[in-house]
Design a protein around this ligand. Structure first.
Ligand code: NAD
Length: 340
């Protein structure tokens, strides 16, 4: 059993913890919080030992009736690998803690590539992560882009990608984020950072990205265009997508044309937290004109990196050496196959 600790039990951390619990080859030895918030009560309800970054705050947890198992350092001493899911920028500061504990560490996409020196996507570079001590799982948007670009590139070759990310303003629980009534160029400069981030996983791809933030919390939407190295075929692209374990197809017949309807659909499927772990490519948007490919894809920011993190744990621990095997095990353990 791989012993996993989650440092930062928030939006991503709590999902990774639940996903680890579903796997036959790994278990949660502890999760961490800084304050006795609602998520601390969830950790207690789930039976996860709760550790805290600052032991002087233990009284506040005691008053809230939430048992504290010890300090983050004690949690790290008991695990084989830590998933750092603290807010962007804090994870890098935690690296010294992980080095001192002599454990492997995974960071999330809010950190820079340099935090680990290796950026991960299950569909692209699983084999290169085998045995590594430090890895960053790329952000939700970069994960979604990497999956689809790698798929198309392996079949046709891709000369250039142009992608626009229409991003959610905040996660559903983020009451302090926005905008409430604006479309924000984020950044106003072109390109956005997403292209270079994709290149941290697929170094030789030519890509230009732009990004805007809109008043929604459900998901991001990507408008993707690729110049193919040779003419494509729409039916073949559909077939490739249907065979991909992390890319779903939002069928035209469902009548779904929005992230809101897609979220409802995933909720009705009974997915935990209505999580869409796969890319949601809209069938009706797939358009191939010679060497020109266009599509829309929905990316659930809270979910797609969770399954990648599970695969990343196995790759780093070296317990499963083949990407497809880990991806299949992760999906099966979660009772998940992509929407079709
Ligand atoms: P979050 O704010 O929801 O959760 C972070 C958690 O870390 C909170 O529970 C907080 O209490 C805890 N924390 C803060 N400081 C800590 C410390 N010093 N030690 C231990 N715990 C601490 O953040 P999130 O959205 O889950 O983001 C985590 C990481 O995942 C970031 O790198 C982010 O960029 C990345 N990410 C987020 C999303 C998303 O949409 N939320 C998507 C993909 C990647």
């Amino acid at each position: 059993m791989i012993r996993v600790a989650i440092n930062g039990y928030g939006t991503i951390g709590k999902r990774v913890a639940d996903a680890v619990t579903c796997q036959p080859d790994m278990k949660i030895i502890g999760v961490s919080k800084t304050k006795p918030s609602a998520e601390a009560y969830i950790a207690k309800a789930r039976g996860f030992p709760l550790y805290i970054a600052d032991l002087s705050k233990k009284d506040a947890f005691d008053k809230a009736g939430i048992p504290v198992a010890g300090s983050v350092e004690e949690m790290l001493a008991a695990c084989d690998i830590v998933v750092d899911a603290t807010p962007g920028g804090i994870g890098a500061k935690n690296r010294a803690l992980y080095e001192k504990a002599g454990i492997k560490a995974i960071w999330q996409g809010g950190e820079d590539h340099e935090v680990a020196g290796f950026s991960f996507s299950s569909s692209c570079n699983y084999a290169d992560a085998i045995g590594k001590d430090y890895v960053r799982v790329v952000s939700c948007n970069t994960t979604g882009l990497c999956r689809i670009i790698k798929l198309i590139s392996d079949e046709y070759g891709v000369k250039k990608v142009r992608a626009t990310m229409i991003r959610r303003g905040g996660d559903p629980g983020d009451i302090k984020r926005g905008p409430i009534d604006a479309i924000v160029c984020n950044p106003v400069t072109i390109p956005s950072h997403h292209g270079p981030d994709v290149q941290s996983v697929i170094p030789d791809i030519r890509i230009v990205t732009t990004a805007l933030i809109v008043p929604t919390t459900m998901m991001h939407m990507h408008v993707v265009q690729m110049d193919l190295a040779r003419p494509g075929d729409r039916n073949r692209v559909l077939e490739l997508i249907k065979n991909h374990p992390r890319i779903g197809l939002v069928r035209t017949q469902t009548g779904i044309t929005s992230t809101a309807e897609l979220k409802e659909y995933v909720m009705d499927l009974g997915r935990p937290r209505a999580d869409l772990w796969e890319n949601g490519v809209f069938e009706g948007s797939i358009s191939v004109d010679g060497d020109d490919l266009y599509l829309f894809q929905a990316i659930h920011q809270e979910a797609d990196v969770v399954v990648e993190t599970i695969d990343c744990i196995r790759a780093m621990m070296g317990t499963i050496k083949v990407a497809e095997e880990s991806i299949a095990l992760t999906n099966h353990s979660l009772g998940f196959s992509p929407i079709r």
